[in-house]
Design a protein around this ligand. Structure first.
Ligand SMILES: *[C@@H]1O[C@H](CO)[C@@H](O)[C@H](O)[C@H]1NC(C)=O
Length: 411
């Protein structure tokens, strides 16, 4: 499928996550969507709906993989999955509200790239039930990959309602549209490792308790797990929840530490490094985006079908939850050291005790279940992944360090 994305004037809500004013109305949107599909002259036998608001990241990357698999440059599991999806004639439609939680230009650049790969991205909000109903009317989606979320742990104290709006109300809106659809799609959605909250048994396993969230973000993700369970139970929706562990890489979220550290180190500005109580280092199970993408595709491919039609359950449907992590936690100090090596510059570290505002001291995934059921096997070390990230960062932000030494250093 090949669709041109129409350039529209972008409007951003003043507050991240805030409901976007409906500009064109559902009717106009429907015309636009109809036009789009009419122009391709095809209906998809097997289609993915990639939904994303702040997390277009992942949907973009899966496309990145697809494109490289076509040119045959990569020979990895993800590329094979993508290639297989293409061969089956998969079509992909995205939906993104392009909010301004972080640099909208980064999102626009991603959208342009998606467009050039033939993915139509609808500029809309998943909270818009009428828009979703129209989309499901036009395209018999077989799978929904729901990655939209209001992310970030500390921002929840500034703007709590944006978390409820995206992560709870938005999710319900999407599940409503999915259960009403005929056929009902299988839903794969992004939960989070943050649901483990104050759990101190390591490594975190899917069977552990998740009823002690440490942030509102975590609480809304936990709520999402319960909400999807009820839709699975009542309507026979096939549901797979993926608990992502600190996803990083090219095109990532600028509000994450590795991203802002890179920016500040390059600009010679100080970075704030949190340290746990009793001077313990914080550690995160950093997971590289390509590994996550492979996990997402595997989750889609192994998702059993939904059993309901038009809002009626016909039998039990699968409900699954998987950790997608890297299984090797790295301290923030080690992260900084790797960045210093990649950037050939010393960070000006400002070490302070972690404020008690939602961050947990460490995360560590047990991925046995995902390995067994999804064949999930992360292969990217933090060293290798950050090297790739830095290479992308320098080129995306136009750093012309120019010296061969610098480039060779990263290649
Ligand atoms: C990891 O989880 C599996 C169940 O999925 C469990 O059998 C195993 O003991 C766990 N491993 C560790 C090291 O806790």
């Amino acid at each position: 499928m090949r669709v041109e994305v129409e350039e529209e004037e972008e409007m951003y809500p003043s507050t991240p996550g805030k409901v976007k004013v409906e500009r064109s109305g559902a009717a106009a949107m429907s015309r636009q969507v109809h036009r789009c599909f009419a122009s391709t002259g095809t209906m998809f036998l097997w289609a993915l709906l990639l939904v994303a608001m702040t997390a277009t990241y992942l949907s973009f990357r899966s496309l990145g993989d697809t494109s490289s698999s076509r040119s045959g440059r990569r020979r990895r599991r993800g590329a094979h999955c993508s290639l297989a999806l293409r061969k089956r004639g998969d079509g992909v439609v995205g939906i993104d509200n392009f909010n301004s939680y972080y640099d909208p230009s980064l999102k626009k650049a991603r959208r342009a790239l998606l467009g050039s790969h033939g993915v139509f991205v609808v500029d809309g909000d998943i909270n818009d039930g009428r828009l979703l109903a129209k989309l499901f009317d036009v395209v018999p989606f077989t799978h929904v990959l729901h990655l939209a979320a209001q992310a970030g742990v500390r921002y929840a104290m500034e703007n709590p309602s944006s978390y409820v709006h995206s992560n709870v109300a938005g999710l319900v809106s999407l599940l409503e549209a999915s259960k009403d659809a005929d056929p009902q799609p299988a839903v794969v959605w992004a939960s989070s490792s943050s649901v483990y909250g104050l759990n101190d048994r390591v490594p975190f396993s899917e069977a552990h308790r998740t009823d002690k969230p440490a942030s509102l973000y975590a609480a809304t993700k936990k709520a999402g797990e319960e909400i999807t369970h009820s839709y699975n139970h009542i309507y026979g929706l096939s549901v797979t929840g993926l608990r992502f562990f600190t996803v990083y890489g090219p095109w990532g979220r600028p509000d994450m530490a590795y991203f802002s550290f890179t920016r500040n180190i390059l600009q010679g500005k100080p970075i704030t490094v949190y340290r746990g109580r009793d001077h313990a280092d914080l550690a995160r199970d950093f997971t590289y985006i390509d590994d996550i993408v492979r996990g997402c595709l595997a989750a889609l491919d192994t998702a059993g079908p939904s059993t309901g039609t038009g809002g009626k359950k016909r039998g039990p449907a699968p409900y699954r939850v998987f950790n997608l992590g890297n299984t090797s936690p790295v301290t923030v100090q080690a992260l900084v050291a790797i960045l210093e090596r990649c950037l050939m510059a010393k960070a000006k570290k400002h070490v302070v005790e972690m404020p008690g505002n939602g961050d947990v001291p460490f995360t560590h995934a047990n991925i046995s279940l995902a390995r067994e059921e999804l064949g999930y096997k992360p292969t990217t070390s933090l060293d290798m992944g950050l090297k790739k990230f830095v290479r992308w960062y320098l080129s995306y932000y136009g750093y012309n360090r120019g010296t061969h030494a610098f480039r060779n250093h990263l290649s």
